[in-house]
Structures are given as structure tokens and as C-alpha cells.
Design a binder for this molecule. Sequence first.
Ligand SMILES: *[C@@H]1O[C@H](CO)[C@@H](O)[C@H](O)[C@H]1NC(C)=O
Ligand SMILES: *[C@@H]1O[C@H](CO)[C@@H](O)[C@H](O)[C@H]1NC(C)=O
Length: 320
Amino acid sequence: MRSSIIASLLSAVTVVYGYANPMACSGECGNAHDPALIRRDDGKYYRFSTGNKISIHTAPSITGPWTYKGAAIPNGSKINLKGKDDLWAPDVTKVGNTYYLYYSVSSFGSQDSAIGVATSTNLDTWTDLGATGIASKAGKNYNAIDPALYWDGSKFVMSFGSFWGDLFSTNMQNPPVKAAAGAAAIGIAFKPEGEHAQEGAFIAKNGNYHYLFFSFGKCCHFDQNRPAKGQEYKIQVCRSTSATGGFVDKAGKKCTEGGGTTVLESHGFVYGPGGQGVYYDPKLGPVLYYHYVDTRIGYADGQKKFGINQINFSSGWPVV
Ligand SMILES: *[C@@H]1O[C@H](CO)[C@@H](O)[C@H](O)[C@H]1NC(C)=O
Ligand SMILES: *[C@@H]1O[C@H](CO)[C@@H](O)[C@H](O)[C@H]1NC(C)=O
């Protein structure tokens, strides 16, 4: 009797200090690699994800049921690079009455990459505008994929990058369809070790800080080749009072020197969470959305599931 009480107290402690499971998800919760989430003013939720010219799913509530609606850019990108009929890692933002959908044109392991943009007034049909001017080739110290737009209070900033020199930011014009004239790509985070496996930057504001979320580790192909425990994707964060530099982790370590505080990592049936973003939901407040392997289902990239957790910022650092 006593030992079962102790066991249940211990499991309660585990729940308090561990990671919450993803919120419920119904309908099509797979096909969710590198998701982007937004709610239309009529309450309908939209989810965009990697591949198939950016898949669109919609749902009447944030927990579903999700339904596949087709490709956002059915004719492929105007950007003439390998990958223009695939398209990765979408980011969606509303500015005024227009939605901006940023996407990556690239191919696995290549630096021949560019960030494109499409616009819409309803989230259903999109007009591809092609190149934003943020691009890379072999020899650059970055890979121009994984875009995320951010309004820092006075200007639009685009964060991007994957491996090589890791995460960068560039100032954007307003409206945010092109990089600002002469804007440089400034390094904002770097992992010095190994392959510099850091990507998926996403900046979100809370209080006086700009929080830089990113994915650290190996993202993909877990069905073929699973890395050593702890080397798979996890979600980390740094913060700064500037959106364009000075990011440090909770221990004060510079994020240009390997810093990063873990927000979410493998736990229970959740494996390799990443490709994340933050959405300020009108009902739930800030939520972290991401993809993960549900180990009860399978490890293939096409089986990755859509996850959402509410974020608690009360300590000054995001806790899920
Ligand atoms: C795709 O291409 C077809 C044929 O050129 C054109 O009729 C159609 O409007 C295009 N669709 C979009 C969404 O641009
Ligand atoms: C947020 O976390 C703090 C502990 O850091 C806790 O006291 C508070 O109840 C949490 N808020 C919510 C809404 O869960």
C-alpha cells in the first residue's frame, strides 16, 4: 500500500518536472514535417508542411480534425533550382491583410538553396512571387533554407540557416517580400562541434525578450539510420533584447559559441521533436508546434506527427 502511494507520488513528480505530452490531435496528424501553424480570423486553423509543394491541412480547432487540402504552390516555385517541385520548411505570417508564406528550395545536403515567398489573402490560394533574394551556393558559410519572418517592433527580420555556419538573420523590406537592399547575413547562433547540426530558427517575442528557438541534432531518416541516443533532433532556445544578435542561453552561454537551453527533447513515445515554431493562439496563448516521431507508429519521415504544447514563460524561459 505504502509503496504504491510512493510510486504514484513519484509518477506525479515525474509529470510535473518532465515534458507534457503533445496535445490531442485528430484527423490527418501525419504529413507534418517542419510545420507552420496559423488561425484565420473565422477560427479555421491552417497547417503548412514540407514537401509536395507545401502541403496545406485545415481544421476547425487547433486539435483537429485535420484534413488535407492540397499543395500551396501546385505549379512549383518560380525559383529555378533543384527542389523547386518539392519545397521545404514553410513559415506563415500575416502582415496587414496579407499572408506571407516563405519556403525553401534546395535538395538534401546541398547548399544550392534559396528562400522564396508566396502571398495570399485567404490562406487557400497562393500567388508565388519567387525569390526573396536570400540564397546560397557552395562556398558560402550558410545554407539559405528554413526561413522564419519576425517583426522586431521596428523592422522585419528573416532568420534562416542549416548546418555550415548555422543560423543567420537578414533585414527585410516592408512589405517583407525581399531582403533589404544591401542587407548582410549576420550569424546569430552556431554549434562549433561535429557537423554543426543546427537549423530551423524561429524567433518569438515574450515580455522584453526575443526568443530564438531552433532544432539541434539529426532531423531525418531515422527509419534507416538512428543516431546515438541524444544526437537526434531536440528543440533549444536562446534569448536576447535584440532580435538580430546577442542571444544567450539560460546559463549565459553565447549562442554563437554553442549555447542553447533545451525546451523539448525525446521523452515517452515522442522521439526527435523539431522543425518548431511558436504561435500566439487567441485562446491558449503561446504554443510550441513541431513535428516528432511517435515511436508507437514508426520512424519514417513520412510518419512524423504534428505536436503542440502550451508554453509557460513565467520563469523568463519557455517551459512545456
Ligand atoms: C498553374 O499553371 C497552369 C498552367 O500554366 C495555370 O493555368 C494555373 O493558373 C497555375 N496555377 C497557379 C496556382 O499558379
Ligand atoms: C507556469 O509555471 C509556474 C512555475 O514556474 C507555475 O507556478 C504556474 O502555475 C505555471 N502556469 C501555468 C498557467 O501553468
